[in-house]
Design a protein around this ligand. Structure first.
Ligand SMILES: NC(=O)c1ccc[n+]([C@@H]2O[C@H](COP(=O)([O-])OP(=O)(O)OC[C@H]3O[C@@H](n4cnc5c(N)ncnc54)[C@H](OP(=O)(O)O)[C@@H]3O)[C@@H](O)[C@H]2O)c1
Length: 556
């Protein structure tokens, strides 16, 4: 029986004099219409298999709040807060936390120590990871300029790698180390997580549910801890339509009381015992999908992140907690320089499917919202929230911030992003490109998508064989072709819930935080995504960044 989580019932909310409506009004979005005419008119009408026209009409009516932006002269006092404090950061080798560490060190060279939990077999390997993945990274080039020949010394004084694992009891940290650092830490920042959508269920539960619980226990032992800050995801409610509020998740309130986390842990552990080898991997992935979908979530990733939040909410006692919920995090907008990203993930596999593999098909709704937020804005929002709530005098606090872009007057649409990417990759192709890229085709069913990709792959194979081989009506792919087809079908299944996404993330708390910044803080810690010109960001910042990352990955 399918049990839907109760967030799926809230469709409209009135906030400070403005309204969000989740119903489709038939009125075009003027911001989008303007960008549309600037960027894509040349190609309209050429596409046979997409939902372009209808989805543009089916746009959500949205009214921006008419509020004046005031910058309090004092502001939050972010720089003052950072100075001298010590931090315990998890996920430091990951995309987000690396940018966070860079910004903390750059904004406040007088910061205390930053302890970094790292999966490593011993201290030497942890030190090596610190050097190879952080100190040597191009991301830190501004800090290198700032500190010149003292750069490495500065970094090694501030950044202390701690051997550990969120998946182990007591975080896998040696007890003497844990005791020593628990004396010093002011803020715990949890950015570690398993981020693969269709992850094996046991591993996702261990890192995303038990991990935060263990970290919370560690936080409770830290004598002068002022704040526990947890990075979650905006997709944590599993809600696909309407408005997603910045409210904590709580079983029996906004999450069905049928969900029992102990039962989920038991199911995963039984599956580990019952299956072995490659079958175990397959079964645990299937279990993750099945359990998530049965409770109304998209995948094991968002479902386990939700359970992680629930555990924090229910076990925090009187610990002040801030939960940051970013949407899809992409390349840096400005800081430390535009276009930095780590890994070929998030929207990159979709873009490269067209630009690199020359497959024009997507299982997606052209008009669905692609809630993207640049990594430096997530970092700045996180630091501002930490400084605001980290004073240690608000014990009852649990505050959620959606650091997102879909409630802006100019949200980015999936089709628009793909059009921009397509045009850019036609004008400035990847080395793999051997022929003109076909325009994207949007499919509403997996069957239609699979059949179209098979035909395209068969056509590619015929062209490679100089037109010889099966007649067009017969699709018999080579082994390599079948492998490619399987890849595209599994990618489509994995991304499907996010590519038909209709909800908007309410960001009232985040917007209030922006209002509290002083003029100076506003310049130094900008996280107001409503000013992003998406066309400029996608074409001039994100895609060049993605190409650079592709080159870096190839060369390593
Ligand atoms: N990227 C996005 O678009 C996005 C969007 C919304 C929310 N988020 C959230 O933001 C956070 C950071 O995301 P990200 O993109 O930076 O992820 P990422 O690049 O995949 O990095 C994940 C980090 O978590 C660490 N980690 C994983 N399992 C661990 C374990 N058992 N013990 C200790 N460390 C472990 C990884 O360490 P290793 O290097 O050792 O594997 C890595 O440092 C996550 O919590 C994610 O859910 C991300």
């Amino acid at each position: 029986m399918a049990i839907t989580n109760r967030f799926a019932t809230s469709n409209a909310v009135k906030l400070d004099g403005f309204s969000f409506f989740s119903s489709f009004s038939g009125k075009p979005n003027h911001f989008l219409a303007r960008r549309w005419s600037q960027t894509t008119t040349h190609s309209r009408g050429q596409i046979s298999c997409c939902y372009r026209e209808t989805s543009l009409k089916a746009d959500t009516q949205f009214v921006m709040p008419v509020t004046e932006t005031k910058y309090d002269s004092e502001g939050i006092g972010i720089v003052g807060f950072l100075k001298g404090k010590s931090y315990f950061v998890t996920g430091a080798t990951g995309f987000l936390a690396k940018v966070l560490i860079e910004k903390l060190l750059r904004a406040s060279p007088e910061i205390g120590k930053i302890y970094l939990l790292m999966k490593s077999k011993d201290q030497d390997s942890a030190n090596k990871r610190l050097y190879d993945e952080i100190i040597s990274s191009e991301l830190f080039k501004l800090l290198k300029e700032m500190h010149g020949s003292f750069y490495e010394d500065f970094m090694k004084r501030k950044l202390i790698p701690v051997v550990g694992d969120m998946g182990e009891e007591n975080l896998g940290i040696a007890s003497e180390t844990a005791e020593k650092i628990s004396e010093e830490i002011d803020v715990v920042i949890n950015s570690a997580g398993r981020t693969t959508f269709d992850d094996r269920y046991d591993a996702a539960l261990s890192a995303n549910v038990l991990g935060p619980e263990r970290l919370l226990s560690f936080g409770k032992k830290c004598k002068k801890l002022k704040l526990f800050l947890h990075v979650s995801t905006a997709f944590v409610t599993g809600k696909q339509e309407g408005t997603v509020l910045e409210t904590p998740l709580c079983i029996g309130e906004n999450i069905t009381s049928d969900l029992n986390i102990e039962t989920e842990l038991k199911l995963a552990s039984e599956a580990v015992g019952n299956f072995h080898g490659s079958e175990q991997f397959k079964k645990l992935k299937e279990l993750g999908i099945e359990r998530s979908r049965s409770y109304g979530w998209e995948c094991a990733y968002t479902f386990t992140k939700a359970m992680g939040e629930i555990v924090i909410q229910s076990k925090r006692g009187d610990m002040p907690v801030v939960i940051i919920r970013p949407s899809v995090i992409e390349s840096s907008y400005k800081e430390p320089f535009p276009g930095w990203l780590q890994g070929i993930r998030m929207t990159a596999p979709l873009i490269l499917g067209n630009g690199k593999e020359q497959i024009p098909d997507l299982l997606a709704d052209y008009g669905s919202i692609m809630d993207v937020i640049p990594v430096d804005m997530v970092v700045n929002g996180t630091i501002a929230a930490m400084a605001k709530h980290g004073c240690g005098d608000n014990v009852s606090l649990l505050k959620v911030y959606n650091v997102t872009s879909s409630s802006n007057p100019n949200p980015l649409r999936l089709g628009e992003m793909m059009d921009l990417a397509h045009q850019h990759l036609c004008d400035s192709p990847l080395p793999e490109k051997t022929k003109d890229l076909e325009r994207m085709k949007y499919h509403s069913s997996l069957e239609g998508f699979t059949s179209s990709v098979s035909k395209t792959l068969a056509k590619h194979e015929r062209e490679m064989n100089n037109g010889e081989g099966e007649a067009e009506s017969h699709i018999r792919l080579s082994r390599k072709g079948k492998r490619k087809l399987n890849y595209f079908v599994s990618l489509a299944k994995e991304y499907q819930p996010f590519l038909f996404f209709k909800a908007r993330f309410d960001d009232t708390n985040t917007r209030s935080l922006i209002q509290e910044l002083s003029m100076e803080e506003r310049k130094m810690f900008d996280f107001d995504g409503s000013f992003i010109d998406w066309e400029d960001y996608v074409v001039n910042i994100h895609l060049p960044g993605l190409k650079k990352e592709l080159l870096r990955k190839r060369s390593t």
